[in-house]
Ligand binder design. Structure first.
Ligand code: NAP
Length: 531
């Protein structure tokens, strides 16, 4: 048997979180190894190569800030960067900081077991390679386990079956093809307008309509870029004080305080600006049903203006609270339904009965497809962690620890799982904030904690169970003040995966989260136990 490799820290995943964790922990003088399941780095941006994939956060914000030289030298071509450019950026970061030599690709971790006697994590890869490490950094991603619904007959389909989150690397062409797509979340909403331009016929199967705001994407405004780059540090600092660490110009006014005419003007202005900041049009869209209704009504009006066939428009009008699912950001999504070669099927009135060898059998009829695309999302936030057999103190499994939902402290650690850290885990702002900003904050926190341990000659750290229970309560109590936990069935609550415990997973509010982390660090990591 080959001897297990020994590291100070292993990082699981080579997306943005894994790359920065490697860079930072290496700078502490640690021997670090990154294991990555894919054949390349980039995480989300490596796997999600579907047509139209691009970020919904402005390029000058969705990027690392740890290196001033890096943020000055990289040139983004568009306001919202396309997937290929973000992937190129991730590769540039890896090369620029010589990270690649410590990343092992094509390696999926199957088990991580904590050894109480040595205070080490013992890991196993699917290829049965073994390793040990003092620290385990789970940079496994929030949206990295794709969800394939359990449709009857899935294996029967004879055409091309695709999932947006596992898109092939070779170019896929839909010219002259009959194409079906299941799902109308962010991925589908980006892909549909582009596939519609190629396909002979595109049929969209919708269960729940999503709210989508136009991106108004454009080539990067050079003057804006110059201004940001001239004061990048201040720009980042300013954004870090915002609710989601985004430069979204939040309003301090209630939607119910202004006249109907003024409200309409404000919504119209935000619609014209486009993107996620639409939700910041007023300060109570996420907390007051009546305020939220005004935004819903405005967007319904837009959909009915854009989509000519009013039956289709009505189906496309979401009936849920706006923002309780991730807001989608699109280019010509609603307009696409005016095309003769695009049709919408309402799965509530015509449910899918099975997948057939030709396509989809709904309660109404059989649809025949050359290609069938699943845009059915992910087992979000916990899926990638639970896919590994993680066992902490006394061999307790993470699955057991999370039986009733992802118990954690700060979204960073779990009691009973010493020296294991999650990056943007459940219980952290993660998907409800600028992910790269969150990643840097988490990794910096962990690096400071490890430095503290080294200085104080501690070998083991974990959250105590009381702080963990209090944290879960806090995350929920914040969410419960909003319309989001109950306003729809979203992946934020695990509702998209049958049998998954229903609990609102992200922490709402980036700056207050960081204040809490800083306060804990300043108090010698109060709420953590060291030995
Ligand atoms: P998603 O938002 O979870 O959407 C999945 C879609 O599939 C939903 O419309 C869902 O319907 C449908 N679906 C799932 N299971 C189904 C079933 N059994 N039968 C019929 N329909 C089913 O997934 P996503 O679009 O991949 O997006 C996930 C997240 O990734 C986004 O919320 C966003 O955070 C991120 N993302 C971001 C970008 C960007 O930056 N622009 C782009 C893509 C994705 P129901 O709603 O009824 O469950």
């Amino acid at each position: 048997m080959p001897k297990p490799s020994q590291f100070d820290a292993v990082v699981i995943g080579a997306g943005f979180a894994g790359l920065y964790a490697l860079y930072k922990l290496r700078s502490l003088g640690l021997k670090v190894k990154v294991y990555e399941a894919g054949s390349g780095l980039g995480g989300t941006w490596y796997w999600n190569r579907y047509p139209g994939a691009r970020c919904d956060v402005h390029s000058l914000e969705y990027s690392f800030q740890f290196s001033e030289a890096l943020q000055q030298e990289w040139i983004w071509s568009e306001k919202y960067a396309p997937q290929a450019e973000i992937l190129e950026y991730a590769n540039h970061v890896a090369d620029r900081f010589d990270l690649r030599k410590d990343i092992q690709f094509d390696t999926r971790i199957s088990a991580l077991t904590f050894d109480d006697a040595s205070n080490l994590w013992i890991g196993k890869t699917q290829a049965r390679e073994t390793f040990s490490a003092r620290y385990c950094i789970m940079a496994t991603g929030c949206l990295s386990v794709h969800n394939v619904p359990d449709f009857a007959g899935m294996a029967d389909f004879q055409g091309q079956l695709l999932h947006t989150g596992q898109w092939p690397h070779e170019p896929i062409e839909f010219h002259n093809q009959e194409v079906g797509i299941i799902g109308t979340g962010s991925s589908a909403i980006q892909a549909i307008p582009i596939i519609a331009e190629q396909a002979k016929q595109l049929t969209v199967f919708q269960r729940t309509a999503s709210f989508s705001i136009p991106a108004h994407n454009a080539p990067m405004d050079q003057e804006y870029e110059r201004n940001v780059k001239a004061n990048y540090k201040e720009f980042r600092q300013h954004n870090s004080q915002r609710y989601a660490a985004l430069n979204n110009n939040p309003s301090h006014v209630s939607a119910l305080e202004v006249s109907e005419e003024e409200r309409r003007e404000i919504f119209e202005q935000r619609w014209q600006e486009g993107g996620l900041p639409f939700l910041a049009s007023f300060n109570d869209l996420g907390t007051e049903q009546e305020a939220n209704n005004t935004a819903v009504e405005f967007v319904h009006g837009k959909i009915k203006e854009i989509v000519k066939d009013q039956d289709t428009a009505e189906l496309l009008c979401p009936k849920t609270v706006m923002g309780c699912k991730r807001l989608c950001v699109d280019t010509d999504y609603y307009k696409t339904f005016n095309r003769d070669n695009v049709s919408l099927v309402d799965l509530n009135t015509s449910p899918i009965q099975r997948i057939t060898q030709n396509g989809i059998q709904t309660s109404d009829r059989e649809y025949r497809f050359d290609a069938l695309i699943l845009a059915t999302g992910f087992d979000a936030m916990t899926g990638a962690l639970l896919a590994i057999d993680i066992r902490g103190v006394a061999n307790k499994s993470l699955a057991e620890h999370w039986e009733n939902g992802p118990a954690n402290f700060l979204g960073l650690t779990m009691s009973g799982f010493p020296n294991m850290f999650m990056i943007t885990g459940p219980g952290s702002p993660s998907v409800l904030a600028n992910m790269i900003v969150g990643i840097e904050q988490h990794v910096d926190f962990i690096a400071d904690l490890i430095t503290f341990m080294q200085k104080n000659e501690k070998f083991r750290v974990e959250a105590n169970s009381e702080s963990e229970a209090n944290w879960v309560k806090l995350v929920n109590s914040i969410a419960d003040k909003t319309l989001f936990p109950t306003g729809c069935n979203s992946w934020y609550t695990g509702a998209n995966i049958p049998g998954k415990p229903r609990i609102f997973m992200p922490y709402l509010g980036y700056p207050s989260y960081v204040e809490k982390c800083n306060e804990i660090a300043a108090n010698d990591y109060r709420d953590f136990e060291f030995s």
